[in-house]
Design a protein around this ligand. Structure first.
Ligand code: HEC
Ligand code: HEC
Ligand code: HEC
Ligand code: HEC
Ligand code: HEC
Ligand code: HEC
Ligand code: HEC
Ligand code: HEC
Ligand code: HEC
Ligand code: HEC
Length: 329
C-alpha cells in the first residue's frame, strides 16, 4: 500500500465519522423538536412502558387518581368486556393506570371546576388521538402506521375504532361488520364482492383485511404480505408461484393484469372475458388468434366457445412440461 492510498483512506474515514456525528446531531434535535411541539399534553411518557404495577399502585404517582375516582362521576364510560378493561392482559390500560393510561393524569381535572385538564378525545382530530394509541400499539400489525395511506389522509385510530362504544363483535369497530366499515369509504371495492365471481369475502370466509392491513404495510396498496402484488396472491395460491420452466410473462408481471381481486362478472374473476383478455396483448400469433374476421365468426371459432383460448392453453400461469412453451400442456 503506498502513501497516497493510506492518506486517502484516512481522509475517507474521517469524512464518514463526521457525517455520522452530523446525523446524530440532526436526529437528536429532531427528536427534541418533536417532543416539544403540539399544544396537547402527551400522556404517553407516563403511560408507557406498561409495568406490572396494578391500578391500585397508580394513585401514589403524582397527578394520577386511579380509575375508581373517575367512575364516581363517569358511570357510562366503562371498558367492561373489552381488552382495555381486562387487568389480566399484560400491558392493557386496566393492568396499568386505567382511564389515565389514555386520558392522562386526572388529578387536575378532578379538582378543576371547569373540568378541563384532561385529554378529550371525542373533541380532538382523529389524527391526534392516534398518538395516544400508538404508545402501546406500535409493533407488528401497527408498525407501519405512519406510512399508511390512511394516516396520510388524516385518518386516525378512532376513524375506525371506538374505545367506549364499539359496534362490532370483533376488533371494536365503529360499524357492525368490517365490510360495512370499509364500504363507507370504499364503495366500488365493497360492491364488487357482490359480483358473480369473487373470493369468499361476502360469505364471511375472508375479509378485506385477509389481504389488506388497514394499519399500513411494506407492500403497495397496503397489502398485508410481501413487497409486490403477486407475493400477496401466492401467499394463498401457492401453486401459482412457480418457478416454471415456461413462464407466462404476463403472470410474472402482475396477477391483477388479468384478475380483479375484488370480484368480477367474468369467470374466474377475469377483468375481461377470453379471448378478448388474451387479445389485449396477442394480436398476431402462429394461428390466427383474432375473432373479428368474418370466417372465424361464421364458423363459430373455437376461440369463442367454452373457455376460449384457455381451452387449449390450459397452463396459462406457466408450464413445467418440456414442450409446454405454449402453455398447452
Ligand atoms: C368530580 C366528578 C369528576 C371526576 C372525579 C372526573 N370527572 Fe371527568 N368530567 C366531569 C365533568 C362534570 C365533565 C364535563 C362534562 C362532560 O363533558 O361530561 C368531565 C369531562 C370529562 C371528559 C371529557 C368528556 C368529553 O366530552 O370529551 C373526559 C375524557 C373525562 N372527564 C375523563 C375523566 C377521567 C379519566 C377521570 C379520572 C381521572 C375523570 N374524568 C374524573 C366530572 C368528573
Ligand atoms: C384505550 C384508551 C382509553 C381508555 C383506557 C379510556 N378512554 Fe375514555 N375515551 C377514549 C377515546 C378514544 C374516546 C373518544 C370516544 C371513543 O372512541 O369511544 C374517549 C371518550 C371518553 C369520554 C367522552 C364521552 C364519550 O364517550 O365520547 C369520557 C367521559 C371518557 N372517555 C372517560 C373515560 C373513563 C372514565 C375511563 C376509565 C373507565 C376511560 N375513559 C378510559 C379512550 C380511552
Ligand atoms: C396502555 C396501553 C394501551 C393504550 C394506550 C391503548 N391500547 Fe388498545 N389494547 C391494549 C392491549 C394490551 C390490548 C390487547 C392486546 C392486543 O390486542 O394487542 C388492546 C387491544 C385493542 C384492540 C383490539 C380489541 C379486540 O377486541 O380485539 C383495539 C381495537 C384497540 N386496542 C384500540 C385502541 C385504540 C383505538 C387506542 C387509542 C384510543 C388504544 N387501543 C390505546 C393496550 C392499549
Ligand atoms: C381504516 C380503518 C382502521 C383504522 C384507521 C385503524 N384500524 Fe385497527 N383495525 C381495523 C380492522 C378492520 C381490524 C380488524 C378487526 C377484526 O378483527 O375483524 C383492526 C384491528 C385492530 C386491532 C386488533 C388487531 C390484532 O392484532 O388482533 C388493534 C389493536 C387495532 N386495530 C388498533 C388500531 C390502532 C391503534 C389504530 C391507529 C394507529 C388503528 N387500529 C387504526 C381497522 C382500522
Ligand atoms: C373514513 C374513510 C375510510 C375508511 C372507513 C376506510 N378507508 Fe381505506 N382509504 C381511505 C382514504 C381517504 C384512502 C386514500 C385514498 C387515496 O389516497 O387515493 C384510503 C386508501 C385505502 C387503500 C389504498 C392504499 C394505497 O396505498 O393505495 C386500501 C387498500 C384501503 N384504503 C383499504 C381499506 C380497508 C380494508 C378498510 C376497512 C377496514 C378501509 N380502507 C376503510 C379512507 C377510508
Ligand atoms: C384477495 C385479496 C383482496 C381482498 C380480499 C381485498 N382486496 Fe383490495 N386490493 C387487492 C389488491 C391486489 C389490490 C391492488 C389492485 C391494483 O393495484 O390494481 C387492491 C386494491 C384496493 C384498493 C385501492 C384502489 C384499487 O382498487 O386499486 C382499495 C381501496 C381496496 N383494495 C379496498 C378493499 C376493500 C374495501 C376490500 C373488502 C371489501 C378489499 N379491498 C378486499 C386485494 C384484495
Ligand atoms: C387470504 C388468502 C387469499 C389471497 C391473499 C388471495 N386469494 Fe384468491 N382465493 C382465495 C380463496 C379462499 C378462494 C376460493 C377458493 C375456492 O372457492 O375453492 C380464492 C379464489 C380465487 C380465484 C378463483 C375464483 C373462482 O371464481 O373460482 C381466483 C382467480 C383468485 N382467487 C385470484 C387471486 C388473486 C389474483 C389474488 C391476489 C390479488 C388472490 N387470489 C389472493 C384466497 C385468497
Ligand atoms: C394472462 C392472464 C392471467 C394472469 C396474469 C394470471 N391469471 Fe390466473 N387465470 C387466468 C385465466 C384465463 C384463468 C382461467 C383458466 C381456465 O379457464 O382454465 C385463471 C384462473 C386462475 C385461478 C382459478 C383456477 C385455477 O387455475 O386454480 C386462480 C386461483 C388464479 N388464476 C390465480 C392467479 C394468480 C395468483 C396469478 C398471479 C400469480 C394469476 N392468476 C395470473 C389468467 C391469468
Ligand atoms: C398483459 C399482456 C398479456 C396478456 C393479457 C396475455 N399474454 Fe400471453 N404473453 C404475453 C407476453 C409478453 C408473452 C411472452 C412473449 C414472448 O416471449 O415472445 C406471452 C406468451 C404467451 C404464450 C407463449 C408464446 C410463445 O411464443 O412462447 C402463449 C401461448 C400465450 N401467451 C397465451 C396467452 C393466452 C391464452 C392469454 C389469455 C388467457 C394471454 N396469453 C394473455 C403477454 C400477455
Ligand atoms: C384449438 C386449440 C387452440 C385455441 C382455441 C387457441 N390456441 Fe393458441 N395455440 C394452439 C397450438 C396447438 C399452438 C402451437 C403450440 C406449439 O407450438 O407447441 C398455439 C400457439 C399459440 C401461441 C404461440 C404462437 C407463436 O406465435 O409462437 C400464442 C401466443 C397463442 N397460441 C395464443 C392464443 C390465443 C390468444 C388464443 C385465443 C384467441 C388461442 N391461442 C387459442 C392451440 C390453440
Amino acid at each position: 500500500m503506498n502513501r497516497d492510498t493510506v492518506l486517502s483512506r484516512l481522509v475517507a474515514a474521517a469524512l464518514t465519522a463526521a457525517t455520522l456525528a452530523l446525523c446524530l446531531i440532526v436526529l437528536g434535535s429532531g427528536r427534541l423538536a418533536a417532543s416539544g411541539e403540539g399544544a396537547v399534553p402527551r400522556p404517553q411518557q407516563d403511560a408507557a412502558p406498561p409495568t406490572q404495577g396494578a391500578a391500585d399502585a397508580a394513585p401514589a404517582q403524582s397527578g394520577y387518581v386511579g380509575p375508581e375516582t373517575c367512575l364516581t362521576c363517569h358511570d357510562t364510560a366503562t371498558l367492561h368486556g373489552t381488552a382495555h378493561g381486562n387487568p389480566r392482559i399484560p400491558g392493557s390500560p386496566a393492568a396499568d393506570k386505567g382511564c389515565e393510561s389514555c386520558h392522562g393524569p386526572g388529578q387536575a381535572h378532578v379538582e378543576d371546576d371547569a373540568k378541563g385538564h384532561i385529554l378529550k378525545f371525542s373533541q380532538m382530530p382523529a389524527r391526534q388521538v392516534s398518538d395516544t394509541c400508538l404508545t402501546c400499539h406500535n409493533k407488528t400489525e401497527h408498525a407501519m402506521w405512519d406510512s399508511s395511506s390512511h394516516a396520510a389522509r388524516n385518518m386516525g385510530c378512532v376513524s375506525c375504532h371506538s374505545v367506549h362504544a364499539p359496534k362490532s363483535e370483533r376488533g371494536q369497530l365503529v360499524k357492525a361488520t368490517q365490510l360495512e366499515l370499509c364500504a363507507t369509504c370504499h364503495k366500488p371495492q365493497a360492491h364488487k364482492q357482490l359480483r358473480s365471481s369473487h373470493m369468499p369475502v361476502r360469505e364471511g370466509k375472508m375479509t378485506c383485511t385477509s389481504c389488506h392491513n388497514p394499519h399500513g404495510s411494506t407492500n403497495v396498496r397496503m397489502l398485508r404480505v410481501g413487497n409486490y402484488i403477486n407475493e400477496s396472491c401466492i401467499s394463498c395460491h401457492t401453486e401459482k408461484r412457480g418457478p416454471f420452466l415456461w413462464e407466462h410473462a404476463a403472470g410474472r408481471e402482475s396477477c391483477v393484469t388479468c384478475h380483479d381481486p375484488h370480484g368480477s362478472n367474468n369467470d374466474r374473476m377475469l377483468v375481461v372475458r377470453t379471448p378478448m383478455l388474451c387479445q389485449r396483448c396477442h394480436i398476431g400469433t402462429r394461428h390466427p388468434s383474432t375473432i373479428y374476421e368474418g370466417t372465424a365468426l361464421a364458423q363459430r371459432s373455437n376461440r369463442l366457445v367454452n373457455r376460449g383460448c384457455t381451452s387449449c392453453h390450459q397452463q396459462i400461469h406457466g408450464s413445467n412440461h418440456p414442450s409446454g412453451n405454449a402453455f398447452a400442456r
